[in-house]
Design a protein around this ligand. Sequence first.
Ligand code: BEZ
Length: 208
Amino acid sequence: MSIRLGDEAPNFRADTTDGPIDFHEWKSGSWAVLFSHPADFTPVCTTELGRTAGLQDEFSKRNVKTIAVSVDSLDSHNGWAPDIKDVGGVPLNFPIIADPDRTVSMSYDMIHPGEGDSSTVRSVFIIDPTNKVRLTLTYPKSVGRNFDEIIRVIDALQLTDSAPVSTPADWTPGSRVIVAPTMSTADAKARFANVEEVKPYLRWASQP
Ligand code: BEZ
């Protein structure tokens, strides 16, 4: 079954490189990035998990826990971990789920048979502290993900949850935002700095 934005992220129990977990308990109170990779001991995946390990401080600052999954076994994940450190320069510092029976992969619709085989494609789910799915991304097996973009989206989601604003195309933290249509321009001027009405429906403001 496909997962839509706003759905509750399916819960599961699984073995991971950090021990067995109940997913909702493991992420309790935190945001989570759950992402799948096709297979251990493959080049693109090794760079992706290395990059995620290197970004742990950035994720932690934002109250985000990361967790990877593939259909490989726990022994395989544990055997691969030293390569992730060799390539990324940082030891594996987040769990990888072993999903040989495909329970997690199927419940998150991570296996796309048209992509060649029964391994997982490169899915990403950003899940908020209430377990609501807030972003889904699906990349093909041949294309590594941009983890700066994943952090940018987390920043945008956390900002737009905290104030009546949206983020424009190519927004980066600190740049101007768009006032929500539900707010009048007069109210926006009282609340935000540098409000500029370009169209009645497009009002810029400095990032609150
Ligand atoms: C890789 O991680 O390099 C990879 C894995 C599966 C298919 C294609 C590339």
